[in-house]
Design a protein around this ligand. Structure first.
Ligand code: SF4
Ligand code: SF4
Length: 428
């Protein structure tokens, strides 16, 4: 496709990346078949091809977009399902990230919306604040759910936090000969489901890896970039990189790890975030090269000692979009679960997003709920008794679906390797 950017615009490496993506698009529309919002809403402007047209016009004009354009770009999940069916290799992530930053810089949202978006971002990125609000939400949630408008919808989304027993808090034994791994705890997951990282640490220790929380790292910044706040995303990313470099200087680290696939995908993309930055691009590249998803570090168990305990389970493994589309790690989760003795069910459209997508479930509650309902219907039809996934956001989104427990893959693998029964399974 032809583009009409000025040389001044193309001097910005992010705009250049977006332009290259636009030039590759031939408008064939193959991507519409794998776009969850298009399949749900049936509007071309909510398809990748339609959004590409809107984004091209917006970026080329270098002017504030119309509210209509913003609405359709806001409705994009950034799930990257479109990337899997695009024959031209359009880098949709580069395009939509640039578009979101442009919107944040040039478009003035209505006051209430600005306030709400700032609130959501600050709360999710600040574990202490998020922890207080989820506790308050648990007490006042039933009342708040009855309220009209956004507060009522948001109250429905207040997630339950894991209640860990001592057995879930147990740390693995480690020694100096083990591979050192920097564990990035992130922000929201650490509050909602602290048992995930503990399970991953026990699981990895059995295969000779010592995963230790990386002090001072904090939030990776993915939420900020997905809401167009590039400055905050870069500030968060610099803190992560500095923390990693400082720990690596003390004693070499084998890798950095996140057990949230959404964070892992963004952490691997830091070099793109800092493209053209003389000081940070190389540091970001070095860091991203050592970043690993949990499914890349976990190893199959030779002899799962607990297999009798879960013979009767049918596990529906929902591969997060950030794992299968963004990181392009297809099949790893399924292989790990199968090797540990879990029986997997197959369900329709495993490539489609569940509607969680970071802050999306709060910002676009109707579409998010529509996608959740579709996902749960196909999982239930498969005869599953348990849902497994690799991202706390997906698990929160899918929990409570027909009383199916939603469990992180690290907790299932830890259980299979002799660890405690996952919290969501309840007590025996
Ligand atoms: S990222 Fe997902 S929601 Fe957005 S256009 Fe692509 S497939 Fe559709
Ligand atoms: S499949 Fe690729 S080339 Fe075709 S319309 Fe979609 S993004 Fe453009």
């Amino acid at each position: 496709m032809r583009t009409a950017f000025t040389p001044e615009q193309l001097a910005d490496p992010h705009m250049k990346g977006a332009e290259q993506a636009l030039r590759k698009c031939v408008h064939c529309g193959f991507c519409t078949a794998t776009c969850p919002t298009y399949l749900l809403l049936g509007d071309e402007r909510d398809s990748p091809r339609g959004r590409i047209m809107l984004m091209q016009h917006m970026l080329e004009s270098d002017a504030p977009p119309s509210s209509d354009t913003v609405r359709h770009i806001d409705r994009c999940l950034s799930c990257l399902g479109c990337r899997t069916t695009c024959p031209s290799g359009v880098d949709y992530a580069a395009l939509v990230d640039t578009a979101r930053v442009h919107i944040a810089k040039t478009y003035r949202r209505p006051f209430g919306e600005r306030l709400f978006r700032t609130f959501v971002l600050r709360v999710l990125m600040t574990p202490a604040l998020f922890s207080v609000l989820t506790s308050v939400g648990r007490i006042f949630g039933p009342i708040a759910r009855q309220l009209p408008g956004r507060i009522g919808k948001m109250a429905v989304k207040i997630p339950l936090r894991q209640k860990l027993r001592d057995v879930h808090r147990k740390l693995p034994e480690t020694n100096a000969d083990m591979r050192r791994i920097a564990l990035l705890e992130g922000c929201a997951q650490k509050v909602l489901a602290p048992g995930i990282d503990l399970a991953a640490r026990r699981m990895l220790a059995r295969t000779g890896a010592h995963a230790e929380p990386l002090e001072g790292a904090g939030c990776c910044g993915a939420l900020a970039l997905h809401m167009g706040d590039e400055a905050l995303a870069k500030k968060s990313a610099k803190r992560v990189i500095e923390a990693f470099e400082a720990e690596d200087a003390k004693a070499p680290l084998a890798a950095a790890l996140s057990t949230a696939t959404g964070c892992a995908a963004f952490l691997k993309d830091y070099d793109r975030l800092f493209a053209g930055d003389a000081e940070w691009e190389t540091r970001a590249k070095n860091f991203s090269a050592r970043m690993r998803d949990f499914t890349e570090l976990a190893e199959p168990l030779a002899q799962p000692p607990n297999w009798i305990a879960f013979l009767s389970l049918n596990v529906a493994y929902h591969p997060p979009c950030s794992l299968q589309h963004a990181q392009r790690l297809q099949g790893r989760g399924e292989a790990l679960l199968s090797s540990a003795g879990f029986r997997l069910t197959t369900f329709a459209d495993p490539h489609l997003c569940c509607g969680s997508a970071g802050s999306y479930s709060l910002l676009q509650p109707e579409i998010s709920e529509g996608l959740r309902a579709k996902k749960l219907a196909s999982i239930r039809a498969s005869g599953a008794s348990v849902i497994a996934s690799g991202n706390a956001g997906c698990l929160t989104q899918l929990s409570g679906g027909g009383n199916l427990p939603a469990i992180h893959i690290a907790e299932l693998l830890d259980w299979a390797g002799g660890g405690p029964r996952p919290v969501a399974m309840g007590e025996e």
